[in-house]
Design a protein around this ligand. Structure first.
Ligand code: ACM
Ligand code: ZN
Length: 762
């Protein structure tokens, strides 16, 4: 039972009959005098000291390794098949034994041992506990992949170094070993480079527009102070690299080129094609055309200087050079870049990018390091030794593996932790997308289309936390956990040992450990989901409640009250014959463990009636067409929820036939504002009514007054409040699209979207 608690799930674990109780007198014995062993012993002692308050003695016993009732750590190359990170662990009444070929293996054995203690062991200070008893167990374990990664973007929002230390500890607890540090981007440069002080004096700082939506932040004005940002000093980076090394985590620094580099160019505009000037953008800009000039040799010398200092600070094999999303408009216009294309006999700008990356790769390889870049580095031809990080799906990774290159999988489909992890109406603002916990868990990094030899090029996978919508550490933790917990099993656990039901069962105890560590993890996965089916013709509503977690109970109410432990337990679809408000939440062991979800269902007079549309909605957002406007299911703040009719640049013009003359007291249409997704409320909504379908009378013309800059997504119902009831058969609703995005918007001048759902007639 207890054996099954460990995350990531070990290769093999067998419960044993007898257990072991730790006491202050339990010694930590090292099998020989060895610095790696000593470090493992001291690390274990420090964890035990923190968790239990016991100060255990550490002894090397080369002569008489008497191990009775001790914790014995052994380094021995007895299990070559367990590899450099594998280990064995045995706990029974005679003691605790851990062995591995390398110190990394012992480190992971210790991470597993932590999970044999009760969750209280992870408290920040020692607590009194009756007896620290560990269940008997035998574990044989090793990771599936060598690259078990997490990427943190510290450019879009700077995170203090204290948080980086926390991240490294959380990663270690999850047996992750690669920290990809996204140290620079358009919105800020974060690493001290001795030779170029402008990078930390200027490129690390921007004007503070944090109160505005990311995509509605005006550029720095002349005379304005750049006060928001920060950077890590060389000293701080050295300390962090050492700390990571002690946790067997390699840091992969990323220096973006040839694009995503506006912040740098604000300090050193001479390395751009245009010469600038540039300011550090305080938010989103799209498209970003700022780019290093590939025709200028001094650009390469400058980047080589930076990379030289980066390689001094980061001893790991891989140097990440970005390479993603380079808009090549300036290269097309730049005479130096065009001269380079001619001189090198290149076929256009894609090959110029390839030239750029190959030139940088030669520099990096000559210093004994390896280059890794986002999958765009495939375009125009891959540098000979490059490793590809596949983010636009796994296609780039497959292509690279087939041509004999190493790859790391990090597709937007499963690994983008800046995406929503639950229904956006209950989540803090995120960039978009939908990657719930079970989706992360289901990720398979090695595509089955690869041959065995090609599959060997898949080094592993990683999660990426981009920072546009992640203003601080608490929010970062919310986006990371427990999705990183699921990812740890994707990259560590053998494929045939992965099992969602088993994982979700182990997750409950694991979450208690995260609680003790003070991790601000999301409870999104604990929230039930609803699926409402409305049979309008028979005026019946059926609500299916579900949870991805099989061990969770769902309780609900229909009277608007909050679900409590005594509320009805959900077992079968809830059938309604009337309008209702349903509220539901997740429960475990008699306690509510999730937020409350709410569905408001109204069988109104237009429900199921005939609707004709003058303009069809976009094929991307049909929302069920005209029928979808009167199916009683309401669109949420998630514009992709399937309920919305989306009109790109077009108006909504809907005609409802109620089928017979009907008394109407209220008409209201719902609209979405989601500025970051280019969706705005209509500039006006006009309601008309008619008895015969020919002669219409205008009953209301309304202009929504929501500020188009409003950051949060909101659903707004715009009601035509009628002075007195009207007798009508036909209702026409016309909502005018604002046509283009406002000029302060990053999509300025592009088509604006109008999203409509549910015309409620009462
Ligand atoms: C990326 O998400 N632009 C790599
Ligand atoms: Zn140029």
């Amino acid at each position: 039972m207890t054996a099954s608690r460990i995350i990531p799930r070990p290769l093999e674990s067998v419960p044993l009959a007898s257990d072991f109780t730790l006491t202050p007198a339990t010694p930590i014995l090292l099998s020989r005098a060895d610095p790696g062993l000593k470090q493992a012993g001291e690390y274990l002692a420090s964890l035990i000291k923190k968790g239990t308050g016991y100060a255990l003695a550490i002894e090397s016993r080369t002569e008489d390794p008497r191990q009775d009732r001790a914790i014995l750590l052994t380094l021995a190359d007895t299990d070559p098949e367990l590899g450099p990170e594998g280990y064995r662990l045995r706990v029974d009444s005679t003691g605790i034994r851990m062995s591995a070929a390398q110190p990394a293996g012992l480190f992971y054995a210790i991470q597993t041992l932590r999970q044999l203690f009760p969750p209280e062991f992870e408290s920040s200070g020692p607590i009194r506990y009756s007896a620290w008893t560990l269940p008997g167990i035998r574990v044989t374990d090793k990771p599936r992949y060598a690259w078990r990664g997490f990427m943190l973007d510290v450019s879009r929002h700077f995170h203090p170094k204290e948080f980086i230390y926390k991240v490294l500890n959380y990663m270690a607890f999850h047996k992750l070993n690669t920290f990809h540090w996204h140290l620079c981007d358009d919105q800020g440069w974060r690493i001290e480079i001795r030779k170029y002080p402008g990078l930390t004096e200027k490129a690390a700082w921007r004007v503070d527009r944090e109160h505005l939506h990311w995509n509605a932040r005006p550029a720095q004005k002349p005379g304005e102070q750049a006060t928001y940002g920060g950077f890590y000093t060389r000293e701080e980076i050295r300390d962090i690299v050492r700390y990571a090394g002690e946790r067997f985590i390699t840091i992969v620094p990323e220096i973006e080129m040839p694009a995503h580099t506006t912040a740098l160019l604000a300090a050193y505009p001479q390395f751009s094609c245009t010469g600038g000037p540039f300011t550090v953008p305080p938010g989103g800009v799209w498209p970003i055309t700022d780019i290093f000039c590939a025709g200028n040799d001094s650009t390469f010398l400058f980047l080589q200087d930076i990379l030289t200092e980066v390689m001094e600070l980061f001893p790991g094999t891989f140097i990440h050079i970005g390479g993603d999303e380079a808009n090549k408009a300036e290269w097309k216009r730049c005479s130096k870049c065009q001269a380079r294309i001619r001189a090198e006999g290149l076929q256009g700008e894609d090959e110029l990018q390839s030239y750029f990356i190959k030139r940088i790769e030669r520099f990096i390889n000559a210093r004994g390091r390896r280059l890794i870049g986002w999958d765009e580095i495939l375009e125009g031809g891959l540098a000979p030794n490059a490793t590809v990080m596949s983010w636009r799906g796994v296609r780039g990774g497959i292509e690279a593996a087939r041509s004999g290159h190493d790859v790391v999988m990090s597709p937007t489909s499963h690994c983008y932790f800046d995406y929503y992890q639950g229904d956006p109406q209950y989540e803090p603002l995120a960039i978009g997308g939908h990657i719930p916990l079970e989706k992360v868990y289901a990720f398979e990094p090695t595509p089955d289309t690869l041959t065995l030899a090609q599959a060997a090029h898949v080094l592993g996978a990683q999660a990426n936390l981009w920072g546009e919508y992640v203003p601080g550490p608490d929010h970062a933790e919310y986006m990371m956990f427990p999705r990183l917990t699921a990812l740890s099993e994707v990259v560590w656990t053998a494929k045939d040992r992965k099992d969602w039901n088993d994982f979700s069962n182990r997750l409950w105890v694991f979450l208690k450990r995260l609680d003790r560590m003070g991790v601000n993890y999301a409870r999104s996965a604990l929230r039930p989901e609803t699926d409402v089916k409305a049979d309008i013709t028979n005026r019946r509503i059926s609500i299916v409640l579900s949870s991805a977690l099989p061990d969770m109970k769902i309780r609900y109410t229909l009277d608007g009250s909050e679900p409590r432990p005594g509320s009805p337990l959900y077992e079968n679809p809830v059938e309604l014959e009337n309008s209702a408000v349903l509220k539901a939440a997740g429960f475990r062991e008699g306690t509510r463990i999730s937020g409350v979800i709410s569905e408001s269902l109204k069988l109104h007079k237009a429900a199921g009636k005939k609707v004709s549309l003058k303009n069809p909605p976009s094929s991307r957002y049909t929302g069920g067409g005209g029928r979808g406007l009167v199916n009683i299911l309401r669109g949420t703040v998630n514009h992709r929820d399937g309920h919305w009719l989306g009109f790109e640049g077009d108006d909504l013009d809907a005609l409802i036939d109620l089928g017979e003359v009907t008394t109407v007291r209220r008409i209201a249409a719902g609209f979405l504002h989601s500025m970051g997704s280019w969706i705005f409320l209509p500039v006006s909504v006009e309601y008309e009514v008619s008895l015969d379908g020919e002669n219409f009378r205008t009953v209301a013309v309304l202009e929504p007054d929501l500020d188009p800059k409003h950051s949060e997504s909101v659903v707004q119902e715009i009601p035509a409040g009628l002075e007195e009831p009207v007798e009508v058969r036909y209702i026409r609703v016309r909502a005018r699209n604002r046509k283009t995005c406002p000029d302060w918007h990053r999509g300025a001048g592009g088509n604006a979207w109008l999203f409509a759902d549910e015309i409620v007639v009462e």
